[in-house]
Design a protein around this ligand. Structure first.
Ligand SMILES: Cc1ncc(COP(=O)(O)O)c(C=O)c1O
Length: 446
């Protein structure tokens, strides 16, 4: 089979490395760059109409696509005709409906291109496979989602001898020293970390990585709209769309946002991680999601408003609260300076109950006595979701790794929902806290 170049996003006929140079140039000028509101950027992305003039696009639910002339097939496989001219081959390759959602994702994150995948994990693993070769090396933050941590700690070393050095990304010298010239190809971190809500200094981390020719991949799952890592210099942004972007806790999906050359290389029939590993998004799922993106900004604003109100009140009561919107959070000033205006500090907060037992009692009262929210992993839902991270979504990490990442055994992570009124939900929270107090479990309540 001839090599398929993809024409979906106009490439500048440069290599990925060249694109990285281009991005770096942009990043180096970021201090003078004009502020781009992600919502404004989204509104400029192409609006696709339905086949019969519908205001919504039609769903292209076909696995395969027909051609009028046999010659066209050959030209598509030779890479002469592609999705940019409405030529499609097969939906494990580009699909028009998935492509439309991907254009929205690229606009949201301010990248040249994007493509959506079946899950956040498949977006992360595919991009790492694409950017690292066997025997390669990654430098990553110590504080990552448990699944990503396990991928880097166990799976990639076993399957491809790709190893990772975990670092404290607050310590730029440590990051720099961990990069092995000629071997490290990726610096990986989360814009706002799961579950500790540490905020990455993306501009500085990009500067350090780019000085050493390393590609920066940022997971922005916790902070869509709140932070735009690519606008701060990152090369690639990955998402678990299953969270805030979906908002319905009903879909598992992911995205890779980055240079056209990267997205196109990932679809290459000989070497592309998306084309060859096949974590394909279904067109019907893509349609569903693309209808939710236009109200993502509104939802994020309300998640953030509620999270800030609860965090402020809980802290005032004497609880140990972690929320980047609070002035005592170590990265408050940083997020204020690099975050997008008007989207607040994000919809997640943590309450450290110190022991797992107290954390479990607290969550139990919140759900079963006060009806405040649900004990469930995940985030970005309209209901509040809460979980004790150490024994759930970070349980892949051992005790030492959790300690290094700052995950206390009693850390309760809450994804603050927007259902009901704020005061109604707060009175439910108070009800649960009073119950805790009655049982002598609220160590710091004043
Ligand atoms: C920060 C982060 N990245 C990636 C993932 C994986 O996403 P998915 O569940 O969509 O595969 C998660 C899931 O919890 C996450 O929290």
């Amino acid at each position: 089979m001839a090599e398929t170049r993809s024409f979906v996003f106009p490439t500048k006929k440069r290599s990925l490395t060249d694109d990285m140079d281009g991005d770096r140039h942009v990043a180096s000028k970021k201090s003078t760059a004009r502020y781009v509101d992600p919502e404004a950027a989204l509104a400029t992305s192409r609006h696709e109409f339905g086949e019969h003039g519908g205001v919504n696009m039609s769903i292209e639910a076909s696995a395969t696509f027909t051609v009028m002339e046999p010659e066209t097939m050959r030209r598509m496989f030779a890479g002469e005709l592609g999705p940019d001219r409405d030529f499609f081959i097969y939906s494990r390759h580009f699909n028009p409906t998935v492509l439309n959602l991907s254009r929205q994702m690229a606009a949201l994150e301010g990248t040249e291109a994007a493509y959506c995948t079946a899950s956040g994990m498949s977006a992360i693993s595919s991009v790492l496979f694409q950017l690292c070769s066997g025997g390669g090396h990654v430098v990553a933050s110590r504080t990552l989602y448990g699944g990503t941590h396990a991928l880097l700690t166990h799976f990639l070393p076993r399957t491809c001898n790709i190893t990772t050095t975990f670092v404290d990304i607050d310590n730029l010298a440590m990051v720099r020293d961990a990069i092995v010239q000629g071997k490290t190809t990726v610096l990986y971190f989360e814009s706002v970390s799961n579950p500790t809500l540490a905020v990455a200094n993306t501009p500085e981390l990009c500067r350090v990585a780019h000085e050493k020719g390393v590609t920066v991949v940022v997971d922005n799952t916790f902070a869509p709209m709140v932070v735009s890592p690519a606008r701060l210099g990152a090369d690639v942004v990955v998402h678990s769309i299953s969270k805030f972007i979906s908002g319905g806790a009903d879909i598992i999906a992911g995205a890779i946002c980055g240079p056209s050359s990267l997205v196109n290389s990932m679809m290459n029939v000989h070497q592309g991680a998306l084309m060859l590993l096949g974590p394909t998004m279904n067109a019907k799922v893509a349609f569903e999601l693309s209808e939710r993106i236009p109200h993502l900004g509104l939802r994020i604003k309300e998640h953030s408003r509620r999270a800030l109100a609860f965090a402020t009140r809980l802290k005032k009561m004497g609880l140990k609260v972690i929320y980047p919107g609070l002035e005592d959070h170590p990265h408050h000033a940083l997020l204020k300076s690099i975050g997008n205006k008007e989207y607040g500090y994000g919809g997640l907060l943590c309450v450290d109950m110190e022991t797992e037992e107290k954390a479990n009692r607290f969550m139990n009262y919140l759900q079963n006595y006060a009806q405040f929210g649900f004990m469930a992993v995940s985030l970005g839902y309209y209901e509040t979701l809460m979980s004790c991270s150490g024994s759930s979504t970070s349980s892949e990490m051992n005790a030492e790794e959790k300690e290094l990442a700052g995950i206390s055994p009693g850390l309760v992570r809450m994804s603050v929902g927007y259902i009901g009124t704020l005061e109604q939900k707060w009175s439910q929270m108070e009800k649960a806290l009073n119950k805790m107090q009655d049982h002598g479990l609220l160590f710091n309540k004043t």
